[in-house]
Design a protein around this ligand. Structure first.
Ligand SMILES: [Zn+2]
Length: 405
């Protein structure tokens, strides 16, 4: 496991989520299905329906890396995102475009990755002393495949994004499927499945079923302060009036079937804290208030989760979660969180010995890494094949063929 514990010094680069984005969570994936029909049936029995060829399942050991990539919402309209306004460079740093995302998915698929559910990677058990701890599970994967988790931070469709080239919300189409709603640069309403990270992955898995283990998709990391999934489900102490509350209840009713459909189609949820708070500097009192508010306003809609994604990548107790668990880490663990996800330069994991918890880092496909971290991503894709310099701002990038170390 030593290679998993390796940490790099460039973490500062990766302390992300500088934009007020939201988060991911966790649900449970269905149990693995058996692989393929047996071919040894007696000759009298009817021919089986034609199916995909059998691929044997083989173990992915507990000392092998489970890679983890995370995305922010996608830039659907680069001309709105990269229009030179005050947000353009932040969007360049932390987002990828639809075209870049499509290429990233294809390259991950071509490199034999298969999506797995974070909740299947580790599980809790009881020790001989009657204490609970987490441990890595052996995954059973189709031969030749490598496990990949994808999470999506800040899938809240924040108001600031609406005129910056992002989709506005998820909706259920007349066909009962998930679509995105938004407006194009001319102000025309657009309902699509080709402009949003969630619907694009849905389509990709439909076309490439072997990109997903049992249909799992990704983890949606949600804050709560501006609602979820494009619906304004949050309370607001500035607006305690009945009219605000009535609208909030309408939004809650509207988002529930969306959440339900996402869960049915392989998506799962995690907390990104209610207020996108910086856990390294937050007071105990505010942390408790924020956590309760997340359960009240987000957990009540998406269900229980054991996954917490640190906003800004900032770790609790003054950035100390890699050492002895501190009081804030213990508090969050006592509220049910078991998988604590930050951001880094590799898919690091540390199963805690002193408490039932695991801390992990995620890689972050975005403008900063497309421009500067080519080598760290070569197992997934070559950044030079991905980055769309025609639409991004004219900013520096690494042109060294060997990439930075
Ligand atoms: Zn965030």
């Amino acid at each position: 496991m030593t290679h998993l514990k390796k940490r790099a010094s460039a973490l500062a680069l990766a302390l992300l989520c500088a934009l007020p984005l939201s988060a991911c969570g966790g649900g449970k994936a269905p149990a693995a299905e058996s692989t393929a029909p047996e071919s040894s049936a007696p000759s009298q029995t009817p021919e089986p329906e034609p199916t995909a060829p059998a691929v044997p399942l083989v173990p992915w050991g507990t000392d092998q890396v489970v890679e983890h990539l995370f995305f922010h919402p996608l830039v659907a309209y680069p001309e709105l995102a990269f229009d030179g306004d005050s947000e353009a460079n932040g969007i360049d740093d932390y987002m990828v475009t639809v075209d870049e995302y499509n290429k990233i998915l294809q390259h991950c698929y071509d490199n034999n990755y298969i999506l797995v559910n974070m909740n299947d990677v580790w599980s809790e058990y009881t020790t001989e002393n009657g204490e609970t701890r987490m441990r890595r599970n052996t995954l059973m994967l189709p031969e030749g495949k490598k496990p990949l988790v994808i999470s999506y931070d800040d899938t809240n469709y924040y108001p600031y994004m609406l005129d910056n080239g992002f989709t506005w919300k998820l909706i259920l189409g007349d066909d009962g499927e998930i679509w995105s709603y938004g407006k194009d640069p001319q102000g025309k309403e657009v309902i699509s499945q080709d402009l949003d990270a969630i619907t694009i992955l849905d389509k990709f898995v439909e076309e490439h079923p072997d990109f997903s283990l049992n249909g799992v998709k990704g983890c949606l990391s949600l804050t709560g302060y501006q609602g979820i999934l494009g619906y304004r489900t949050q309370t607001d102490t500035d607006h305690p009036e009945a009219e605000f509350e009535a609208n909030r209840q309408k939004e809650i009713a509207a988002v529930k079937p969306i959440v339900q459909k996402l869960k049915e189609t392989g998506w799962y949820f995690g907390s990104h804290t209610w207020g996108h708070v910086r856990l390294s500097t937050i007071s105990d009192e505010r942390l408790q208030r924020d956590t309760q508010r997340w359960f009240d306003e987000v957990g009540s809609l998406v269900g229980p989760t054991q996954i917490l994604f640190y906003p800004h990548g900032a770790r609790p107790d003054g950035d100390h979660d890699q050492r002895e668990p501190g009081p804030q880490f213990k508090y969050l663990q006592s509220k049910g969180f078991r998988i604590f996800a930050s951001v880094g330069i590799n898919s690091y994991e540390q199963v805690k010995k002193q408490i039932s918890a695991v801390i992990i880092d995620r890689l972050h496909p975005d403008g900063t890494t497309l421009r500067w971290r080519r080598k760290d991503y070569l197992q997934f894709y070559d950044t030079w094949d991905i980055i769309d310099l025609d639409v991004r701002p004219n900013r520096a990038y690494d042109r060294n063929p060997n990439g930075p170390k």
